[in-house]
Ligand binder design. Structure first.
Ligand SMILES: NC(=O)c1ccc[n+]([C@@H]2O[C@H](COP(=O)([O-])OP(=O)(O)OC[C@H]3O[C@@H](n4cnc5c(N)ncnc54)[C@H](OP(=O)(O)O)[C@@H]3O)[C@@H](O)[C@H]2O)c1
Length: 254
């Protein structure tokens, strides 16, 4: 059980569901996202349910806002026992119209939105003598799927970064958990035009994530069918992978 929890990207989707999952008497929450009115209203709802939630506007790609958010969290919570770094972005995009700046923006949230927090959370958790950092990556980290080059490469980078952190921070009693969901029904997946197997609701995803964090799993990946599918795909030779991806994820005609 965690007393003091911060969640990034808490305004909607998986982050919002996680906020309600932790909205019991035990956890004091700080909700972070760019949409201040959304997190304010979620914090109000949590308070009316008997929980305790603070909120602060934070663009995770902006290191100055991350510093302010970590300082604010430390001030109102006292300790930061669990940080769920969930904020993420991804849009369909095709290599025929590739813009490096789009990739920079996606990495700004999905990779640097984690690394900025690592820089300021690690000293706090070292001083506390404990802490858990749970970063949300994706099962899309396995390969370069069609129509999502920036997203897949950012999640691969996030997974490897979190793995290094997990290995090295254990000696400070800091647990690092990598969360790799399959398809979850949110605004992000609503943009997808391809079939999404084993699509699940945010509430179920949040329950799986909370249970996995409580068990201190090093990797929380779900659902089982997509995990198995991703494992097979990871080791497919290119002569099978490339045409299969071209067929299953076609660029829409303009
Ligand atoms: N849905 C899926 O199938 C799926 C699968 C695998 C992994 N994931 C990962 O799960 C996480 C949550 O995704 P979701 O599906 O819940 O998406 P979502 O509904 O689009 O929510 C994304 C959240 O991230 C926040 N966010 C985006 N950019 C941000 C930024 N620069 N600074 C701060 N917050 C930012 C958004 O809040 P504001 O707009 O208010 O800032 C929002 O709360 C992401 O990391 C995503 O990659 C999702």
């Amino acid at each position: 059980m965690y007393k003091n929890v911060i969640i990034t990207g808490a305004s909607q989707g998986i982050g919002k569901a996680l906020a309600f999952e932790y909205a019991d008497q035990i956890s004091n929450l700080v909700l972070l996202s760019r949409n201040e009115s959304a997190i304010e209203s979620i914090a109000d709802d949590i308070t009316s349910l008997g929980g305790k939630a603070y909120f602060k506007k934070c663009d995770v790609s902006d290191i100055a806002q991350v510093i302010e958010s970590v300082e604010y969290s430390k001030k109102v919570l006292g300790t930061i026992d669990l940080a769920i770094l969930n904020a993420g972005t991804g849009n369909p995009e095709w290599m025929g119209q590739f813009k490096s700046d789009d990739l920079v923006k996606v990495f700004g949230t999905n990779v640097f939105g984690i690394s900025h927090f690592l820089e300021f959370l690690i000293p706090i958790m070292k001083e506390q003598g404990h802490g858990t950092i749970a970063g949300v990556s994706s099962l899309a980290d396995a390969r370069g799927y069609g129509g999502s080059s920036s997203y897949c490469s950012s999640k691969a980078a996030a997974s490897v970064l979190l793995e290094s952190a997990r290995v090295e921070l254990k000696k400070y009693n800091i647990d690092v958990i990598t969360i790799k969901p399959g398809f979850v029904r949110t605004a992000m997946t609503a943009k997808n035009e391809f079939h999404m197997p084993f699509l699940m609701d945010t509430g179920k995803a949040a329950r799986i994530i909370r249970k996995g964090i409580e068990k201190k799993k090093s990797i929380i990946q779900f659902p089982f069918g997509t995990v198995m599918f991703s494992r097979i795909i990871k080791y497919l030779p290119n002569w099978i992978f490339d045409p299969a991806v071209r067929m299953s994820r076609k660029e829409p005609r303009k």
